[in-house]
Design a protein around this ligand. Structure first.
Ligand code: PGA
Length: 241
């Protein structure tokens, strides 16, 4: 696992955005794994600007998002689908028919998980998976647990995650459940880029880099990935030895 420390969130956004645009320019049919949350936004802004300047096209790109809330209509402003449309998809030439989300309202979660896994496989697997990290070390919505998961599943969100994300819900209470790609699905991506900024992520980053590999800190599994890079700012790096 490589670790790169930057001065600001904007610099991380430029670096990660550039890596993704370069990859798409050499592989126009790239398959990207995307993440929601505030941390990837600078990278999405960089990508949108590159597209606006005519330097990259996403017309043939396929995407798979990591997770989605349960019991929230897809079109609700706080769904992760809406987040991606607002922050990226509406600003680039991606074909919305090529963007994929887990259905947070699926009645049969097992069938939904199978559908997602098969779709990822049919797309040739994920080339680059972008990840944020929770204050508790979650990736996607793989919350601290006693075992690593494989494919997508339904998860009860922890108090830490509810506290962090509730600030975005002003009209209804934040959903308590979500569906997320499992650790196995994330680890099968060919390349992983994890972004973390701010002091609130410092302990999770320390545990990930210096701690043991344990499902109690889901991000720690990335140490076992052959091509994973952490892009962190100085605040997120502040507890490292
Ligand atoms: P954030 O969320 O980027 O909004 O901090 C990251 C995450 O929970 O994975």
């Amino acid at each position: 696992m490589d670790v790169r420390i930057f001065d600001s969130a904007e610099r991380i956004g430029q670096e990660v955005g550039r890596l993704i645009c370069d990859y798409v320019n050499s592989n126009p049919e790239a398959c990207l794994g995307l993440a929601t949350g505030m941390t990837p936004v600078p990278a999405y802004n960089y990508i949108a600007n590159e597209y606006a300047c005519g330097r990259v096209s996403f017309a043939k790109v396929t995407t798979f998002n990591l997770d989605e809330y349960c019991d929230l209509p897809k079109e609700h402003k706080n769904s992760f689908y809406s987040f991606m449309v607002d922050n990226l998809f509406s600003k680039i030439d991606i074909d919305l028919g090529n963007v994929n989300f887990l259905d947070g309202n699926a009645q049969d979660v097992e069938a939904e998980s199978k559908r997602y896994a098969e779709k990822i496989k049919a797309a040739g697997g994920i080339d680059i998976q972008l990840l944020g990290i929770g204050r508790n070390g979650h990736i996607g919505f793989n919350e601290p647990s006693d075992k690593f998961t494989d494919e997508a599943f339904k998860v009860k969100l922890t108090d830490s995650t509810i506290e962090a994300n509730s600030v975005f819900f002003d009209d209804i209470p934040m959903p308590r459940w979500a569906v997320t790609m499992g650790i196995g699905s994330i680890m099968r991506a060919k390349k992983i880029l994890l972004v973390a900024t701010g002091e609130s992520k410092a302990q999770a980053i320390k545990n990930t880099i210096e701690g043991e590999v344990t499902p109690e800190n889901p991000a720690s599994i990335l140490k076992q990935h052959p091509d994973a890079t952490l892009f962190i700012d100085k605040a997120a790096a502040s507890l490292l030895k």
